[in-house]
Design a protein around this ligand. Structure first.
Ligand code: G16
Length: 543
């Protein structure tokens, strides 16, 4: 069977955002849409002939069809072997691991992460490179440039691969192997964590509720938590991946999983409640009577990682995205560990991890992970928490409170203004940038601005520079406000405003977050002239 060259014309708007290309399902269903994008990616890379590709998705509506379309282009371009998850399912961290484990050329992840699924929901495609990391901007920008000029793509026509049956078949000269989605990943987790110790905790009555949100983590969590670690059946809820995620956005936060907070706040509630998102890379952690925000979770995990066998030798460094609270910086400073600050987007951690300068990284957007893969990893974060809890024999609440007592508490919240007109949101940010000089030194309600900038990042490995990554406003009392536009939405623009205040005094670690942040919310609206630009008096979402 020889490849067929299919004539095509470019689609506008195939520029990947913070994490791949995300659009409505109907856009991806258009003939040539997926093929154009994947061919554009491949055209910008060295030859893939004879190499291995990993393909899988989060199970959302259109995953199966999307996988078949990717497979035909992969075969048309001469990949020697494609590893596909059983039923087309692979979590994002599992894809990253498989790429690394099998020395693959790259991987394709079909997911729009935590965005809603179903026929009227979102779909997405993300390309990961040889080290298992999301494609860096050089690759995504080359793909975008190519997508504007593309005239043809190559496919192998053949019968659809049976994704329900594990095993090997041929698509032209390409060998397609439908593999177990979970086993390689489960073995990796077993190599990092003290499964015996965690199992003992479950045996002695430790109770947990894990919500897989009807998304990809269900099969992974069921095998690892219930089968390998002996947690009681029912520990994993919503464990079956559904095309519409059961009608709820698979977004593990207090807005979309409030039942976990309710459970955790009961006196007889589980010791640990946790959740993961659509593609399994995000996590949420709630101990009994203690919600742990993602920035604090990163800090606590960094401070305690040595308690897990995989990190016994200590960590080489910590990295966080710029808007993430600086709680982890305090751990780094006190323990003499190097700290790195990168733009939003997991792809920026890849080079630091490859260079061995960083072991643990995390983001405010519910992502935490380590050098074991090149993606964020929801279940990994939950397992590290379980390992730390088992090793310290304390509750989540006690561990977090002791952490704050030792390092101080960074009160933190994110305000989102969603569904904004693109142009008006862009004008708001442009105005902020233009007015940076005038802000410096100004005082607002007793707080003086000591530094303002538009964050730019120079990658220490390849020297690439990423500019305009968010406006930072730093106050004399170490409070901070950050403004940036989201890069993951599919409709209109979302302004994200990140508010943070530092409190070293343990007697003030029990304040309500709003009270601790004081007037930073109104102040952020004043500084950015939110109402004038986008006609909003308040955020539409607070996380
Ligand atoms: C993606 C990226 C993350 C980023 C998050 C939010 O997560 O992988 O690095 O922090 O989006 O990005 P933004 O603020 O631009 O919307 P995911 O889980 O959606 O792939």
């Amino acid at each position: 069977m020889t490849p067929r060259t299919v004539p095509t014309t470019p689609f506008a708007g195939q520029r990947p955002g913070t994490s791949g290309l995300r659009k409505r399902v109907s856009v991806f269903q258009e003939p040539h849409y997926i093929e154009n994008f994947f061919q554009s990616v491949l055209d910008g890379l060295p030859s893939c002939a004879g190499t291995t590709l990993v393909v899988g998705g989060d199970g959302r509506f259109y995953t199966g069809e999307g996988v078949q379309r990717v497979l035909r282009v992969a075969a048309g371009n001469g990949f020697g072997r494609v590893l596909v998850g059983h039923r087309g399912l692979l979590s994002t961290p599992a894809v990253s691991h498989l790429i690394r484990k099998y020395g693959a050329f790259g991987g394709v992840i079909l997911s729009a992460s935590h965005n809603p699924g179903g026929v009227n929901g979102d779909f997405g495609i993300k390309y990961n490179v040889q080290n298992g990391s999301p494609a860096p901007e050089t690759v995504t920008e080359a793909a975008y440039a190519r997508s504007l000029k593309i005239t043809s793509y190559k496919v192998i026509d053949g019968p659809a691969i049976d994704l329900e049956r594990k095993g090997t078949s041929q698509l032209g000269a390409t060998q397609v192997e439908v593999i177990d989605s979970v086993s390689d990943y489960a073995a990796l987790m077993e190599s990092l964590f003290d499964f015996d110790r965690i199992r003992d905790r479950f045996t002695s009555g430790f109770r947990m509720q894990f919500d897989a949100m009807s998304a990809i983590t269900g099969p992974y969590a069921t095998v690892i938590l219930e089968r390998l670690l002996g947690a009681p059946a029912g520990t994993v809820m919503n464990g079956e991946p559904l095309p519409d995620f059961g009608g709820h956005p698979p977004d593990p936060n207090l807005v979309h999983a409030p039942h976990l907070l309710d459970a955790a706040m009961r006196a007889d509630g589980p010791d640990l409640c946790a959740a993961s998102d659509g593609d399994g890379d995000r996590n949420m952690i709630i101990g009994r009577a203690m919600y742990v925000n993602p920035s604090d979770s990163l800090a606590v995990l960094a401070a305690n990682a040595h308690l897990a066998p995989g990190y016994r030798k200590g960590i080489a460094g910590i990295a966080r995205s710029m808007p993430t609270s600086r709680a982890a910086d305090r751990v780094a400073a006190k323990r003499g560990i190097p700290m790195h600050e990168t733009p939003t987007g997991w792809k920026f951690f890849g080079n630091l991890l490859d260079a061995g300068s960083v072991t643990i990284c995390g983001e405010e957007s519910s992502g935490t992970s380590s050098s074991h893969v090149r993606e964020k990893d929801g279940l990994w974060a939950v397992l590290l928490w379980l390992n730390v809890l088992a090793a310290r024999g304390q509750s989540v609440r006690d561990i977090v409170r002791q952490h704050w007592a030792e390092f101080g508490r960074n009160y933190y919240v994110r305000h989102d203004y969603e569904g904004l007109d693109d142009q008006r949101a862009t004008a708001l940010i442009e105005d902020l940038r233009a007015g940076l000089g005038a802000l410096r030194g100004k005082s607002f309600g007793g707080r003086q601005i000591v530094a303002v900038d538009d964050f730019a990042y120079t990658d220490p490995t390849d020297g690439s520079v990423s500019r305009k990554q968010g406006v930072r406003v730093l106050f004399s009392d170490d409070a901070r406000i950050v403004f940036r536009l989201s890069g993951t939405g599919t409709e209109g623009a979302t302004l994200r405003v990140y508010l943070e205040a530092f409190e070293p005094d343990p007697s003030r670690h029990d304040l309500a977050v709003d009270a601790a942040l004081g007037d930073l919310g109104p102040l952020s609206r004043e500084i950015a002239q939110v109402e004038r630009h986008v006609a909003r008096k308040a955020p539409s979402l607070i996380v």
